[in-house]
Design a protein around this ligand. Structure first.
Ligand code: KDG
Ligand code: MG
Length: 415
């Protein structure tokens, strides 16, 4: 930039630090401070990576924060490029979560400086609210349907259904918690068992019973959690066609994006994937090949609002909609960021919303609210989320791992 250009007033970054707290589960939050005295402000970014929280905290504290001090918080894109290109080692969940936290905090600061809720800065609201889905889960089909009915009564118009698989001691997505979703359950990883042959016949039975009990005026979803091969996923998609799912999620692991070509050739069940993706490169072929219908990348794990907007814009060209991940391990800071993002993009699809415990809500007071199956980010300047630091300090970090998964013969498989 030429020195002769007039310069806008800078918002100098004066300090930044990482806050780790465990109000029921671990959350990592980045707080960036700008200015001094009456001109001081701050922004928050979620940096939580389930089961690997301290790696992101270290990446931020040891490697990113020293490079932020003195920069102009207004230069969000330049800082993003600096952290992504400048590191030489690109991508990966730890790096991209750390970059996401910086990005969220900078958008929070900019929107506070503008005196606007963030969605206004992102182009304004494209809709009146953000439609969400919750998880109904149970050991049996009957229990799952009863849970789904409870979600209907709360106003949800879209519900994910997961039921126990007969013959397996535990099943992905079936937990004791009903309003929260907390799979990180041990100081060392729990070992689960998996059998595709037991699982596959159980899912169409669940959805047949669900349609009979719940009718057709509700969107139903299912998460396979990366457990099938492409041809098994193709068969499941076909078997579920009569029940018109809103989406079938993560039916296969997607390191090989071409897996989805095979599934797509065999079924019209809509496909969603991407909660573990961390960059546009993870989903480029899936989107350009129109191999999926919903992309599930979210703010905290995919490089922040700046990068997620790029993914959504690419997806829009190919009629792929968003379906951001929103399990309980994504903090209220991420949830708020996702809501501002969702409200502002043309190709929003659906937002996952698993609630936080009252302890978490108290640590992160927020402006977003739920009514009639929709969330709204509220109209406070910035993201509309704060952190009560003295309260956060009362909940020290507790090591917790996600489970691992083995086949019945003992082989490791995808969790
Ligand atoms: O941290 C992992 C969880 O967020 C993940 O297992 C939840 O698959 C999930 C979902 O769809 O919410
Ligand atoms: Mg999932």
């Amino acid at each position: 930039m030429s020195d002769t250009q007039p310069k806008a007033a800078a918002l100098t970054i004066t300090a930044a630090r990482v806050i780790v707290t465990c109000p029921g589960r671990n959350f990592v939050t980045l707080k960036i401070e700008t200015g001094t005295g009456a001109g001081a402000s701050y922004g928050l970014g979620d940096a939580t990576l389930n089961g690997r929280e301290l790696s992101v905290a270290s990446y931020l504290t040891d490697h990113i924060i020293p490079t932020l001090i003195g920069r102009d918080a207004h230069q969000i894109e330049d800082i993003w490029q600096y952290l992504y290109r400048g590191a030489y080692w690109r991508r990966g969940p730890v790096t991209m979560t750390a970059i996401a936290a910086v990005d969220m905090a900078l958008w929070d600061i900019k929107a506070k400086a503008a005196g606007m809720p963030l969605y206004q800065l992102l182009g304004g609201a494209c809709r009146t609210g953000v439609r969400v889905y919750g998880h109904a889960n149970g050991e049996s089909i009957e229990e799952t349907i009863a849970e789904a009915q409870r979600y209907r009564q709360m106003g949800y118009t879209a519900i994910r259904l997961q039921a126990g698989v007969p013959g397996l001691p535990t099943t992905y997505g079936v937990s004791r918690d009903k309003m929260y979703y907390e799979p990180a359950d041990g100081a060392l990883p729990t070992e689960n068992r998996w059998s595709t042959s037991k699982y596959l016949p159980s899912v169409p039975k669940l959805f047949e019973a669900a349609r009979a009990a719940l009718g057709w005026d509700v969107d139903l979803l299912h998460d396979v959690h990366h457990r099938l091969t492409p041809i098994e996923a193709a068969r499941l998609g076909r078997d579920l066609e009569p029940y018109r799912l809103f989406w079938l999620e993560d039916s296969v692991a997607a390191e090989n994006q071409a897996n989805f070509r095979l599934i797509r050739q065999h079924t019209t069940t809509p496909l969603a994937v991407g909660e573990v993706f961390n960059s546009i490169w993870d989903c480029k072929d899936l989107i350009e090949g129109q191999l999926i219908d919903y992309i599930r990348t979210t703010v905290v794990h995919a490089g922040g609002i700046t990068h997620l907007r790029r993914i959504a814009s690419l997806a829009d060209l190919y009629a792929v909609k968003t379906g951001c991940h929103g399990a309980t391990d994504l903090s209220p800071v991420c949830m708020a960021a996702a809501l501002h993002f969702n409200l502002s993009i043309p190709n929003f699809g659906l937002q996952e919303y698993m609630r936080h415990t009252s302890e978490t809500d108290a640590v992160f007071p927020h402006a977003y609210s739920f009514a009639n199956g929709f969330l709204h980010p509220g109209n406070e300047p910035g993201l509309g989320v704060d952190i009560d630091e003295p309260l956060a300090a009362k909940y020290p970090y507790k090591r917790a791992y996600l489970p691992v998964n083995r086949l019945e013969d003992g082989s490791m498989t995808n969790w």
